[in-house]
Design a protein around this ligand. Sequence first.
Ligand code: HEC
Length: 119
Amino acid sequence: MGSFYYIFALGVLLMIGCSSSDITSANDIVFPSKNVSFKGQVEPLFSLACNSCHSPGNTVDLSSFVGVRATRVVNQPGDTNCGLMQVIYGRATHLGPVNIDNIRKQGLKQWVIEGAQDN
Ligand code: HEC
């Protein structure tokens, strides 16, 4: 009987260890098809995939809403030709890797289309 509780406790610990807050890759972030959230998906994605180069003090800072809504990133809500879209879809020269898959790119695009809000 004792070993049963031991295994049970181990299972609980494993489940806690694998909770969704442990996302370490941008491509594990689940974007909804509608109502994409800046705080829920966009900001965590930038944090994992982009902010090693785009933090406060860099020309382009993707670590805050104000930084993301700067001229070279998302200047106008709904603008799918903004700097951010050009970079992620490879339409602009960019001095770094864009390590996000097409599903995440589509998620970012949806957020821009929905008004690039601080939501
Ligand atoms: C290895 C470093 C590096 C990484 C990683 C990186 N970038 Fe950049 N990015 C740069 C540099 C350098 C510039 C030029 C501006 C500057 O000096 O900050 C730039 C510029 C940009 C610009 C402005 C483009 C323009 O034409 O003015 C955007 C938008 C951008 N990056 C988005 C991203 C996104 C989104 C990611 C993550 C998916 C990312 N970057 C990851 C280095 C990087």
